[in-house]
Design a protein around this ligand. Structure first.
Ligand SMILES: *[C@@H]1O[C@H](CO)[C@@H](O)[C@H](O)[C@H]1NC(C)=O
Ligand SMILES: *[C@@H]1O[C@H](CO)[C@@H](O)[C@H](O)[C@H]1NC(C)=O
Ligand SMILES: *[C@@H]1O[C@H](CO)[C@@H](O)[C@H](O)[C@H]1NC(C)=O
Length: 772
């Protein structure tokens, strides 16, 4: 009996130990070229001082076809013969190291990682320094976890698809609806993640996804696995490809992911014009192209794009796909080679791109303690400084939408008791949105507000769906007793998520009734705080004089509650701006989610999409966001006339378009400089985002306005700052014509910042005009 008990006891201890000590105790970071491995260490592919392409060629020459085929998938097996560990390519770091991909696991020495706000919130800061800084911190934590055997080095983030339709469940993951903001976000975040190191080296490898025209998950019987996005050449160039191009060309990203959907009848992962010609050819990607998870399988099984799986495999690799997330290519590529659909050299080209990235990451440099970032470890994760940056990002991303009175900021002296109401008032994981990890810790909104004043808490609804009204009475009771009422409402992943697009823009269930009744009962001012990724039609609250203030916080991350309280009580002056249009509910009836067109169409009554093309009524426009201060702009200096030099081979201007092709202009360094004075005429210091738009002189073929520059500036109360603005003429003042050609229109470009205008007339150095 005793021995059994003892054995039992030991067994229990083992179980406990193995759960406390996660896999990480045996796990070490995957790498190759271990200096102790004498059979391998002196082979050319292990020689750190040889050029990377020579090392890759050497390694390829040693691999058998069977070994190569194994390396075509994310869960790449070890090649013990050559001292290569197995490697899981799929890790995620959209806004903090995440365990959504199998490459990353929390536990043991790494119980969590800093959970930054969801991207839509961080985008609202319009602060490019912050975007890059977050990338830097996330990659520090990622490297630390890799060193501890808990994470990979290849992160399939960021998501830079255009937030085209307000219903999209994944809009929260994106930097919003504007292609230029999305492109700038992509380049900055990627630079932060990848470390911007000399000699092609990578701190971690980022990935811009999902290429392209991917922005529908599951709407009204159409899902992303079956959707064929019909996109004109003009919209493709003008909107969908802009962030990807910027990500590759400026951000120097090490990877691009193709999407599940088809574009104009061809699955993106099988389209050589998209992958081989555009990403690798025109944009010169230095890195690898990966499929979305199982998208090769999806276009075979679900879209029936090819008759056999071997053809599906061959099409993907020939189109320029280098790595399959999923097993499909490991299973079917041998058959494709056997049938002559594919040559071994095609497989080599794909592997060249993935192996080169692993080498640039230092994965073939052995296990020396001097390895790239080898000093980072558990103490570098969730540091006070990293967590402070998550808080700062949340503060900078919060958008003040309405402040009547003004009733905000609240004051702990006058508002001694605050009623904190709503289904999102005491949430934690809701604040980190999707593609998150395990946070270092949380401060809920209720906890944040409680640090400033006494609170009375009532949820008001059982959850965000708020399917019944029985908690409303108690919430009204709380509002009657308090000096101010803060309602924290909105959405969560049960309403908007991957696989789940919304079917409307209103607050779910009885939420609106709760807000209205509580505002009516409230003794003091009523503040509505909205937590959501997508826009919400809160016209009722905008109009209701009893709801004095409205604040949108997106999904503000692990420190969201502190940031919300800091804004409500005025220790932080809000400066965020909406990165997407807040449409009214009835807009939806005119725009099927499946219609990709951005431009409006008078004949069909289609209203167009985003602030660039839609001119109808909105709840709040793109760029909206107020402050506790008032900022005034004046253009201090800027040219009235600007000449675009044209390559001497092109002598004439086409009189039909009255525009010159960007490819004919001498674009290098060609920019229009403005000096804008920003004066803070309020009584609080604050940061202000200058949004500079242009209305081009092209009538129907361009957007009616387009953001061409933005800058964030801190201006102390009562002072003025001069902000230099540079507008890259070829990139930002050009417009794409119907055939997909980018041209710079000649004539008056109307640059505007709020109510302030500056006209600049653009002419070219061409000799004459040709009539067509
Ligand atoms: C799409 O949503 C429907 C219900 O609305 C569900 O039955 C279906 O499984 C979903 N499809 C996908 C691919 O998520
Ligand atoms: C932008 O963010 C950085 C990093 O948090 C911060 O130091 C800086 O003050 C911000 N810029 C402005 C103008 O607010
Ligand atoms: C001028 O542009 C129009 C519209 O793109 C085109 O149809 C025409 O051929 C061009 N004319 C010349 C002479 O290139």
């Amino acid at each position: 009996m005793a021995t059994t008990t003892l054995a039992h006891y030991f067994f229990l201890v083992l179980i406990i130990l193995s759960t406390l000590w996660p896999a990480a105790i045996n796990a070490r970071r995957p790498f190759a070229c271990d200096p102790r491995n004498v059979a391998v260490k002196d082979l050319p592919f292990c020689k750190v001082n040889l050029p990377i392409d020579a090392r890759v060629r050497d390694l390829l020459s040693r691999l058998t076809l069977k070994e190569k085929l194994g390396l075509l998938v994310d869960n790449a097996p070890a090649v013990p013969r050559l001292g290569m560990d197995e490697y899981e390519w799929w890790s995620e770091a959209l806004h903090g190291v995440s365990n959504v991909g199998p490459g990353t696991k929390f536990g043991g020495a790494f119980p969590g990682a800093t959970a930054f706000p969801q991207v839509i919130t961080t985008a609202s800061s319009f602060n490019t320094t912050l975007w890059e800084e977050i990338g830097r911190v996330v990659s520090d934590e990622a490297r630390a976890m890799y060193n501890g055997g808990a994470a990979g080095l290849t992160y399939w983030s960021p998501n830079v698809n255009i937030f085209r339709d307000p219903r999209w469940g994944r809009g929260q993951e994106t930097p919003g609806e504007d292609p230029i903001v999305a492109g700038e976000y992509a380049a900055r975040y990627v630079r932060g993640l990848q470390g911007n190191l000399p000699g092609d080296r990578l701190k971690v490898a980022a990935c811009c996804k999902h290429y392209t025209a991917y922005d529908l998950d599951n709407w009204s019987g159409t899902d992303r696995f079956h959707f064929n996005a019909k996109v004109s050449k003009q919209e493709m160039k003008d909107t969908f490809e802009v962030p990807f191009r910027q990500c590759v060309m400026q951000g120097k990203v090490a990877s691009v992911m193709c999407s599940y959907n088809q574009v104009n009848g061809i699955p993106t992962c099988a389209d050589p014009r998209l992958l081989r010609d555009t990403i690798r050819g025109a944009w010169r990607l230095n890195g690898y192209i990966v499929s979305d998870c199982d998208s090769v399988g999806v276009y075979f099984d679900k879209q029936h794009y090819t008759a056999t799986p071997e053809e599906a495999a061959a099409d993907a690799i020939k189109a320029g796909l280098d790595l399959d997330c999923g097993p499909f290519l490991a299973i079917h590529t041998q058959g494709a080679v056997d049938r002559g659909l594919l040559k071994e050299t095609d497989v080599d080209s794909a592997l060249f791109n993935t192996l080169a990235v692993q080498m640039r990451l230092g994965m073939f440099d052995g296990d020396s303690t001097t390895a790239l970032f080898g000093n980072l470890g558990p103490r570098d994760v969730c540091t006070p400084a990293n967590q402070e940056l998550a808080l700062e990002a949340a503060r900078q991303g919060i958008v003040l939408l309405k402040n009547h009175g003004p009733s905000l900021p609240l004051s702990p002296r006058r508002h001694r008791t605050v009623a904190v109401i709503g289904p999102n008032s005491d949430v934690t994981v809701t604040m980190i949105g999707n593609y998150a990890g395990i946070a270092c810790g949380y401060t809920s909104p209720l906890q944040g507000i409680s640090r400033y004043t006494k609170t009375i808490h009532e949820p008001g609804c059982p959850d965000v769906k708020c399917k019944n009204a029985h908690l409303i009475k108690d919430a009204m009771g709380a509002a009657r007793q308090a000096d101010a009422t803060v309602l924290i409402m909105g959405l969560d992943q049960s309403i908007e998520a991957e696989f789940l697009d919304r079917d409307g823009l209103l607050l779910p269930g009885y939420q609106q009734e709760l807000v209205t009744k509580v505002a009516k009962a409230s003794k003091g001012p009523t503040i509505l705080v909205l937590m959501s990724g997508g826009p919400i039609d809160v016209s009722f609250a905008e109009k209701d004089p009893r709801i004095s203030s409205i604040v949108w916080v997106g999904y503000p991350g692990q420190a969201g509650g502190t940031a919300i309280a800091d804004v409500l009580f005025g220790t932080h002056n809000p400066g965020g701006k909406l990165p997407m249009t807040w449409y009214k509910q009835d807009y939806l009836s005119k725009v099927p989610m499946t219609t990709m067109d951005m431009r409006s169409n008078k004949a069909s009554g289609y209203p167009g999409r985003t602030y660039r093309f839609y001119k109808g009524p909105v709840v709040y426009p793109f760029g909206h966001g107020i402050s506790y201060s008032t900022f005034i702009h004046t253009v201090a200096d800027g040219p009235a006339l600007f000449t675009v030099p044209v390559d001497g081979r092109h002598k004439y201007l086409n009189s039909t378009t009255n525009a010159i092709r960007v490819t004919h202009a001498k674009c290098g360094g060609l920019s229009i400089g403005l000096q804008v004075d920003v004066k803070n005429v309020g009584s609080k210091d604050g940061s202000h985002t200058l949004l500079v738009y242009s209305t081009p002189p092209v009538g129907h073929w361009g957007p009616h306005k387009q953001l061409v520059a933005f800058a964030k500036v801190h201006v102390p109360a009562g002072t003025q700052q001069r902000v230099p603005i540079n507008i890259h003429v070829c990139k930002f003042l050009s417009v794409v014509d119907k055939s997909g050609i980018r041209r710079i229109p000649m004539g008056e470009h109307n640059l505007h910042i709020g109510d302030v205008k500056h006209m600049v007339s653009i002419q070219s150095s061409l000799l004459g005009v040709i009539k067509s």
